[in-house]
Ligand binder design. Structure first.
Ligand SMILES: *[C@@H]1O[C@H](CO)[C@@H](O)[C@H](O)[C@H]1NC(C)=O
Ligand SMILES: *[C@@H]1O[C@H](CO)[C@@H](O)[C@H](O)[C@H]1NC(C)=O
Ligand SMILES: *[C@@H]1O[C@H](CO)[C@@H](O)[C@H](O)[C@H]1NC(C)=O
Ligand SMILES: *[C@@H]1O[C@H](CO)[C@@H](O)[C@H](O)[C@H]1NC(C)=O
Ligand SMILES: *[C@@H]1O[C@H](CO)[C@@H](O)[C@H](O)[C@H]1NC(C)=O
Ligand SMILES: *[C@@H]1O[C@H](CO)[C@@H](O)[C@H](O)[C@H]1NC(C)=O
Ligand SMILES: *[C@@H]1O[C@H](CO)[C@@H](O)[C@H](O)[C@H]1NC(C)=O
Ligand SMILES: *[C@@H]1O[C@H](CO)[C@@H](O)[C@H](O)[C@H]1NC(C)=O
Ligand SMILES: [Ca+2]
Length: 290
């Protein structure tokens, strides 16, 4: 056999191996399409704080974007680290980076996601169990059985030992507080629907909310969407369904504030999402606060 006859199959075997390695590397990360959650403005706390040479190894050091600083607890039967995301997020995966240091071993620790900071509460669920030390590595843990919703993410270790985290990153998306309902309903029916299935028909009290609601309205299949703004005709004023007065408004220029009875406000689903007076009997899609 010539040399190339021996080497060629070996070369293809090598290529195949490289391909498999690449495949396992990409699939061990977070599934694509998830955004990295900005964490340096969030609040973290932990079971205890290790102090050495005047440095407090506080929980926020795991979120500061600096991979040379870390959070560090002291030995206790149970140790944990929690970040409050200050909002509801759907979390797909969590990455933990640690330096190579002897006392780092997160094996057996669990990553919990919950709506309260209580680690054993009914509204706290497990995302994944850490099965590597994380020592000198950046490991990504995907939530088992799919992404989880919650406000608090906890690394919980009940098998004595330390929770040391140099840098924690996570991917997911924030839950928007509004939902378009693609059903054509009169204003009253829309109000009942929102109050039964969600919180209420939407009230827009500021420019930021107007922006979010406008984004949601673009997906409607009617030219307008109902807002939770009603005209109290006996008194001649507008009021939101959550009892707030109208300080911020986005009326179309030619819409006068006065109206006939049975008038409600609807948002144009295109353009600048200006507000129009509409008969309470018109049927449109609508937006609920959830
Ligand atoms: C570390 O924490 C202790 C106790 O909370 C506090 O007195 C001290 O000022 C802190 N040191 C630094 C450098 O923040
Ligand atoms: C740590 O951060 C530095 C500076 O941002 C970067 O060059 C280095 O690659 C990072 N190390 C790891 C393991 O991520
Ligand atoms: C947190 O609350 C949201 C919204 O109510 C819910 O969808 C989610 O399942 C809750 N998370 C947990 C872990 O119970
Ligand atoms: C850790 O768990 C993942 C997923 O369950 C698995 O693919 C991996 O081989 C495990 N690693 C170790 C070191 O057991
Ligand atoms: C660890 O890996 C994740 C996912 O690839 C990445 O977003 C994060 O920046 C990495 N962390 C460090 C400290 O290198
Ligand atoms: C730690 O928690 C796990 C999961 O709840 C449990 O199975 C295990 O018995 C606990 N270990 C100790 C030492 O409490
Ligand atoms: C709602 O009305 C629009 C037209 O205004 C129509 O295109 C759409 O199919 C209707 N949707 C439903 C669910 O009936
Ligand atoms: C809604 O907005 C679009 C885009 O600005 C505009 O063309 C349309 O005339 C508006 N609808 C009404 C009823 O004014
Ligand atoms: Ca850090």
């Amino acid at each position: 056999k010539t040399r190339s006859e021996v080497l060629l199959p070996l070369f293809f075997f090598f290529l195949f191996f490289v391909f498999l390695t690449l495949l396992s590397l990409t699939s061990s990360g977070c599934s694509p399409g998830w955004e990295t959650i900005k964490l340096d403005d969030k609040v973290a706390f932990q079971s205890s704080v290790y102090t050495a040479s005047g440095v407090n190894y506080t929980a926020d050091r795991a979120l500061d974007g600096d991979n040379t600083t870390g959070s560090h607890t002291v030995p206790q039967p149970i140790s944990w680290w929690t970040v409050d995301l200050l909002g509801l997020y759907e979390i797909s995966c969590i990455s933990i980076y640690n330096v190579n240091q002897d006392n780092i071993d997160l094996r057996g620790a669990r990553i919990l996601i919950g709506n309260s900071s209580e680690r054993n509460a009914a509204d706290t669920t497990e995302c994944a169990t850490i099965n590597t030390t994380t020592k000198g590595e950046n490991n990504t843990f995907n939530c088992e059985n799919g992404p989880k919703w919650g406000r608090y993410v906890t690394v919980y270790k009940n098998t004595s030992g330390l929770v040391i985290l140099c840098e924690v990153t996570m991917k997911g998306r924030k839950k928007e507080p509004f939902k378009l309902i693609k059903e054509n309903k009169t204003w009253e029916d829309a109000l009942y629907h929102c109050r039964e299935e969600h919180m209420d028909l939407v009230s827009i009290l500021d420019k930021e909310t107007q922006g979010w609601v406008g984004l949601e309205a673009q997906k409607a299949d009617t030219p307008f969407v109902w807002l939770g703004l009603q005209y109290i005709c006996g008194f001649g004023f507008w009021i939101w369904v959550n009892d707030q007065c109208v300080f911020f408004d986005q009326w179309a220029p030619d819409e006068t504030r006065t109206a006939v009875c049975s008038t409600r406000a609807a948002m144009n689903t295109s353009g600048n999402h200006l507000w129009y007076k509409k008969s309470v009997y018109d049927k449109y899609n609508f937006i609920c606060a959830v």
